[in-house]
Design a protein around this ligand. Structure first.
Ligand SMILES: [Mg+2]
Ligand SMILES: [Zn+2]
Length: 190
């Protein structure tokens, strides 16, 4: 049996790239400071990196799956150039009040539901109990909690931090490098 690896799940908008509100245009793609360096540190420490992103803009008819894929491909390309490789990327295109009928549903993948994280663990040798999530919304942290992750980190580079988010977080990080350092310390202090 292959040994299971720890993962760091990353929300996308507000964590990896600047959240401009339903971000999908290539000219709005701005990778945040410290992300590439932090990701390389996590990879060096043995973590797999997995993106889990709610993309209800698809259900809302603001952009389509092709637009999403194009943006995602470019984001991955830019990070690959900086020696950052992701094990997988999962996105949820749904919303229960979406404009587009085929995406209008209450699904199990939209965070705070844990569907994307559980799917990652079913498709890859990941130990959820030794894994982390970095997100900028309470729903990211709840998804981590619902999936049984080791700890949930709230980051201040995206949405404004709320009391609800703060209460759900195991740690609140000012930026990606701070989040990375906390995770490495927590992981090594088992
Ligand atoms: Mg976000
Ligand atoms: Zn979904």
């Amino acid at each position: 049996m292959p040994s299971l690896k720890p993962a760091v799940f990353l929300d996308r908008d507000g964590v990896i790239n600047r959240d401009t509100g339903y971000t999908h245009k290539l000219d709005e793609l701005e990778i945040l400071a410290g992300v590439a360096a932090g990701c390389r540190q996590l990879i060096a420490a043995g973590f797999e990196l997995i993106i889990v992103t709610n993309q209800s803009g698809i259900a809302r008819g603001l952009y389509n799956e092709h637009d999403y894929q194009q943006f995602s491909t470019e984001l991955l390309r830019q990070l690959n150039l900086q020696k950052v490789h992701f094990l997988a990327v999962y996105f949820c295109p749904h919303h229960k009040e979406g404009e587009i009928a085929s995406y209008r549903q209450e699904c199990y993948c939209r965070k705070p539901q844990p569907g994307m994280l559980l799917r990652a663990a079913s498709e890859h040798p990941i130990d959820l109990t030794q894994s982390y999530i970095i997100g900028d919304r309470p729903s990211d942290l709840e998804a981590g909690e619902n999936a049984g992750l080791k700890a949930n980190v709230l980051i201040e580079t995206g949405k404004t931090i709320t009391a609800e988010g703060q209460a759900k977080a195991d740690y609140v990080a000012a930026n990606f490098v701070a989040a990375t350092e906390w995770i490495l310390t927590d992981f090594n202090s088992r």
